[in-house]
Design a protein around this ligand. Structure first.
Ligand code: SF4
Length: 317
């Protein structure tokens, strides 16, 4: 029986999962949309991972979670380790590219930069406020231009004169795009211009003041866009590598980190268990903390959000 580790990365837009063996080889992986329902998304993800997973040959003995809903899903799955995305992404990427110095990541709703030296994270920054440089922004602009976002990068590469698009924020970028389209600029030039505006916006916000040293790895959903990849390369004057499975690096990293946690038996039956999340307000002092309660088949299994122990005293955990 081959021992395995399961890593799950639950973000606001997408949920990713990988099962690896003890040599970090990916045995199974899956990627789905979260659709505002992290518990439902993880159950769906596990159903996909379960399919064709030979439980006679492999046994999952470690579980780790990362991403914005990591604590919630970690509780539900009984994860041995729950860690932030920065560490998970760095560990995952280093396992594939041991020399990596800079990770540029642009996801659906947020973006981050991670600087690494000798396989150790030395600095990072995240941006969850400005949408102008994210995948969601690119998707909405693609729709506006009547282009499938999957074709965006290819079309951008056919441009010889990328149009300059204001990159400061979504409002500026959108109105500039409408103006340029109305003025008769070629579609491929506008699309290429948007790719440059996304890269510039990222470098001026998330990457502000950061020393970007090669090898540079580009990850996240937007890394599949060859137009944005080229824009980064041109602006930085360095090769920017978009790796295959870049979207899985967080899940891979947390699966690797989970290998150091205590062994346990994971059962896919968790898919059939009923979990419920509820927020209650503690009224024992003026702080009025919102305590998140997780129930498994109507039984409270965990709670957090309380600023002191008193908050849990009436919950009966
Ligand atoms: S959990 Fe503690 S700090 Fe928060 S409202 Fe209750 S008593 Fe106050």
């Amino acid at each position: 029986m081959i021992k395995c580790s399961l890593g799950i990365d639950i973000g606001s837009i997408s949920t990713k999962g990988v099962i690896i063996d003890m040599d970090n080889n990916i045995i199974k992986s899956a990627y789905i949309e979260t659709k505002g329902n992290p518990i439902g998304a993880v159950k769906e993800l596990l159903s996909i991972l379960k399919e064709g997973f030979n439980t006679e040959e492999y046994r999952i003995v470690h579980i780790g979670t990362t991403g914005s809903a990591r604590k919630l899903i970690g509780t539900i799955l009984g994860a041995g380790i729950v860690k932030n995305e920065i560490t998970a992404h760095a560990v995952g990427t280093i396992s594939k590219y041991p020399d990596v110095r800079t990770i540029l990541e642009i996801g659906g709703q947020d973006s981050k930069i991670i600087l690494i030296e000798n396989k150790i994270v030395t600095d990072y920054a995240m941006n969850t406020l400005c949408a102008a440089g994210t995948g969601a922004f690119l998707s909405s602009q693609a729709k506006r231009l009547g282009v499938d976002v999957k074709d965006f990068g290819k079309i951008a590469l056919s441009s010889t004169h990328p149009t300059k698009i204001a990159a400061r924020c979504t409002v500026f970028a959108e109105s500039d795009l409408v103006h340029k389209a109305g003025a008769g600029y070629k579609k491929e030039d506008i699309i290429a211009g948007l790719c440059y505006s996304v890269a510039n916006n990222y470098l001026n916000n998330v990457g502000k003041g950061k020393k970007i040293i090669p090898p540079i790895i580009f990850q996240g959903g937007v890394s599949k866009n060859v137009g944005v990849q080229k824009a980064f390369s041109d602006i930085l004057g360095e090769e920017v590598i978009a790796i295959e499975n870049g979207h899985l690096m967080g899940a891979l990293g947390i699966a690797i980190l989970a290998k150091d946690s205590m062994e346990q038996d994971f059962n896919f039956n968790v898919i059939n268990i009923n979990f419920e999340t509820r927020g209650i307000e503690c009224e024992q002092c003026p702080n009025h903390c919102e305590i998140i309660c997780i129930k498994k088949d109507s039984r409270l299994i965990d709670a957090w959000g309380n600023r002191c122990e008193k908050g849990l005293s009436k919950l009966n955990i």
